[in-house]
Design a protein around this ligand. Structure first.
Ligand SMILES: Nc1ncnc2c1ncn2[C@@H]1O[C@H](COP(=O)(O)OP(=O)(O)OP(=O)(O)O)[C@@H](O)[C@H]1O
Ligand SMILES: [Mg+2]
Length: 251
């Protein structure tokens, strides 16, 4: 299973979900690889020190003869490995543009390792450019985090349209795994209205689990920890464990 976490809207919880969902699945005994495809490298920073990164996502795409070992790093979480990204990934689109196989690079690359893992998660940048399209072409499933705020669904049409385009040609097997309500604020009726609206639009595809807004979740990356070690009893820890069970039951 290759699950891409995508929403071209910034700050909706893609990276927070990538970090904690991949860790939660590994904690349940799955062999998990997290691929960070955001040049900001936020997922990577929670798991590897930037000065220790040599090979990263950029070279994975561009140095097709280099072995996978050059890009994969063990994290502090047992059974969770990561392909980190660095800022050089921002140059990828310019480098690949015009190559006839540009959108297939990641899929071809993953052929060699996909059977080594039960689950591969991909964190994507807040754009619908070549990097996100590569992830959609390589993936079996998409998970869309949506922030429960006003304008929550703005832009979702463009994302769904891109998913449809990818499904119509390069990757007919791509499935919508689910839509995740994030940054939910229990105190506001707006949050509840938005959640109801999302459930209305997406029906069964909306995960039962929602991720509430929590300071502990926001703080954990600065400490280079997942929520499970940083604050095991917090709402974020409980919710991401619940989400992982829901995800595993759907794949
Ligand atoms: N449930 C939450 N409660 C509190 N803060 C959160 C929660 N989820 C995410 N955040 C915080 O909100 C900010 C944006 O989250 P995150 O980086 O996960 O979003 P993103 O979609 O990956 O953003 P980008 O599009 O820039 O990559 C971060 O500072 C993160 O710590
Ligand atoms: Mg991010």
């Amino acid at each position: 299973m290759i699950i891409v976490i995508a929403n071209q809207k910034g700050g909706v919880g893609k990276t927070t979900t990538a970090i904690n969902l991949s860790a939660a699945c590994a904690m349940q005994g799955k062999n998990v690889l997290l691929i960070d495809l955001d040049p900001q490298g936020n997922s990577s920073l929670s798991f590897v020190d930037s000065e220790k990164i040599n090979g990263s996502a950029f070279e994975l795409f561009t140095e097709v003869n280099q072995p996978w070992e050059n890009f994969i790093y063990q994290t502090k979480v047992k059974k969770l490995e990561i392909v980190p990204s660095k800022i050089n990934l921002a140059k990828l689109e310019a480098k690949l543009v015009g190559d006839f196989d540009a959108i297939f690079r990641l899929r071809d690359r993953l052929e060699q390792v996909r059977s080594d893992y039960d689950l591969i998660f991909i964190d994507t940048p807040p754009t619908l450019g070549l990097i996100t399209v590569n992830a959609l072409v390589a993936a079996t499933h998409v998970l869309i985090p949506i922030q429960s705020s006003y304008f929550a669904l703005e832009g979702t049409d463009d994302l769904l349209e891109t998913i449809e385009k990818v499904r119509s040609r390069p990757n007919p097997d791509l499935d919508l795994l689910g839509v995740l309500v994030t940054l939910f604020d229990k105190r506001t009726s707006l949050s509840k209205d938005v959640e109801a609206h999302i459930r209305n639009v997406f029906g069964e595809k909306a995960f039962k689990t929602i991720i509430t807004r929590s300071v502990r979740l926001e703080e954990s990356p600065a400490h280079k920890e997942t929520i499970f070690t940083f604050s095991p009893n917090s709402s974020g820890s409980i919710e991401y464990q619940k989400l992982s069970k829901e995800v595993l039951s759907r794949v």
